[in-house]
Design a binder for this molecule. Structure first.
Ligand SMILES: [Zn+2]
Length: 157
């Protein structure tokens, strides 16, 4: 758990206790979990730390499970799945179904589209807005929640 020590507050050079507290990533994570109605359990904090401390990323349950093992976070793959889905329902993550067998979770929940590098199984954010053509009219009583575009890439011949 040594990795959970706040480094950002030290960098700020502030001696003010409340400021240092506000700059603590674990404290911020706890607040973030509470804000969306999730109790900040030890497992949620550990997994949340692995997920959110490295900037925007795309990760599968298996990838996060492996990271948790390496960081000696005692969780099962089932717990990782559950936590990812709880985070997604709470709006902390965005789930992307790339193909039938694999779900990626995006820590960037703002609207954006993706490249998917086939073979490398890698998702990359599309840095520009994509003009999505004429969308179909949804059935009565429904509205379009969002449009996810995945542009599949392969090595140019
Ligand atoms: Zn993304």
């Amino acid at each position: 758990m040594a990795e959970l020590s706040p480094t950002s507050s030290r960098e700020s050079g502030s001696s003010d206790a409340s400021l240092a507290r506000r700059g603590c990533p674990v404290h911020e994570l706890k607040d973030r979990l509470r804000l969306v109605g999730l109790r900040p359990t030890r497992q949620r904090i550990s997994l949340g730390w692995l997920l959110f401390a490295k900037g925007d990323r795309h990760i599968t349950a298996e990838m996060l499970f492996e990271e948790a093992m390496r960081a000696r976070v005692p969780v099962s793959l089932a717990t990782v799945y559950n936590t990812l889905h709880q985070f997604t329902e709470a709006g902390l993550l965005r789930q992307l179904a790339v193909d039938g067998s694999k779900s990626y979770f995006d820590t960037n929940v703002t609207e954006h589209h993706h490249f998917f590098v086939e073979g490398d199984e890698q998702l990359i954010d599309v840095p520009v807005d994509i003009a999505v053509g004429a969308l179909p009219v949804p059935p009565v009583g429904m509205e379009i929640a969002r449009v996810d575009v995945i542009v599949r890439l392969r090595k140019a011949a």
